[in-house]
Design a protein around this ligand. Structure first.
Ligand code: ATR
Length: 290
């Protein structure tokens, strides 16, 4: 029960009504026995500064940050974790003495989700579909985890180039190779790990995939879609039909949440069992759209 000692966390977003984070974090609190309440905060883009300063003044322990504030929030923080700085986006604020420190738990959340699905990165040829905000966290993970090569396929070549230059510069070697989406036939390798980071195929556009040609999917042995509505996207269906191992992005959402919860509560671990049960809650919640 909420008392004078209860810690408060929350998510800032605009809109925020769709967020599953309150449900997930309040469940973690209940299961771990941590005295914490997690609330949704609808924050307009022009009020991000006031929101962060106000949260700090209100002694709020931590915040998640999501669309459209992941970049904008960065200039209002006391510190930024190195990986979050490299990715250029922050999704978790952790209270420190002089202000909040920004982290990106999407990247380690993706890594944990891929690992759980049995997908390895080290030494692999990877294909990253998309070059937007979500792609950046994925590109960082693939480079950091030792991918041999990452083809960045994007509709706008310019954006793929900017992302590739940034990450290659950060890691000091040519890991990412930008390409136009329709040039995928130029990729000679097979057995690739693909990460689908665009919003194509997301509910209600469930009959769309960023690449339709079956021959593309013959190149893949692992296919991770960041999208989780529907639970099985068209991209996953096409990859599955070609014999690839597939995963949707629901466990990425779950693990980014768990990593944030553990950052706010040092010494607390969310058990595998709680993670499993939280995932079921998310699936039930999404039931109508899946
Ligand atoms: P997010 O933060 O969710 O990644 P974003 O930064 O707007 O959102 O990026 C969206 C990504 O999806 C981009 O890679 C975008 O391609 P462009 O850079 O060419 O715009 C991609 N995308 C969105 N709609 C698409 C479509 N219909 N076909 C192909 N790619 C699409």
């Amino acid at each position: 029960m909420t008392s004078g000692k209860t810690s408060v966390c929350g998510v800032i977003a605009y809109p925020v009504e769709h967020s599953m984070s309150p449900m997930m974090h309040n469940f973690f609190a209940e299961q771990t026995g941590v005295d914490l309440n997690y609330m949704p905060f609808k924050v307009k883009p022009e009020q991000v500064k006031e929101a962060v300063e106000g949260a700090f003044a209100l002694n709020i322990l931590g915040l998640n940050v999501t669309v459209p504030h992941k970049q904008a929030v960065m200039e209002h923080l006391a510190a930024i974790d190195d990986a979050a700085a490299a990715i250029g986006a922050v999704n978790t604020l952790v209270r420190q003495e002089n202000g909040y420190k920004g982290y990106n738990t999407d990247a380690p959340g993706l890594l944990r989700a891929m690992t759980e699905a049995g997908m390895t990165v080290k030494g692999r040829t990877c294909i990253l579909l998309g070059a937007g905000g979500a792609a950046k966290a994925a590109a960082y993970v693939l480079a950091k985890e030792g991918a041999a090569k990452v083809y960045v396929l994007n509709r706008s070549l310019e954006r793929a180039k900017i992302l590739s230059e940034e990450i290659n510069g950060r890691f000091g070697k040519e890991i990412l190779f930008p390409m136009k989406l329709e040039d995928w036939r130029e990729i000679p390798e097979k057995g690739c790990l693909a990460v689908q980071s665009t919003s194509v195929g997301m509910h209600p556009h469930v009959d769309e995939a960023v690449i339709e040609d079956e021959a593309f999917y013959e190149k893949l042995s692992d296919a991770f879609d960041i999208v989780y509505t529907p639970m099985e996207t068209r991209f996953m269906k096409l990859a599955s039909a070609a014999g690839a191992r597939v995963s949707n992005g629901l466990s990425m959402l779950l693990y980014q949440g768990i990593i944030a919860f553990e950052l706010w509560n040092p010494g607390v671990t969310v058990s595998e069992e709680t993670a499993e049960r939280a995932k079921k809650l998310l699936i039930d919640f999404l039931g109508g759209k899946a």
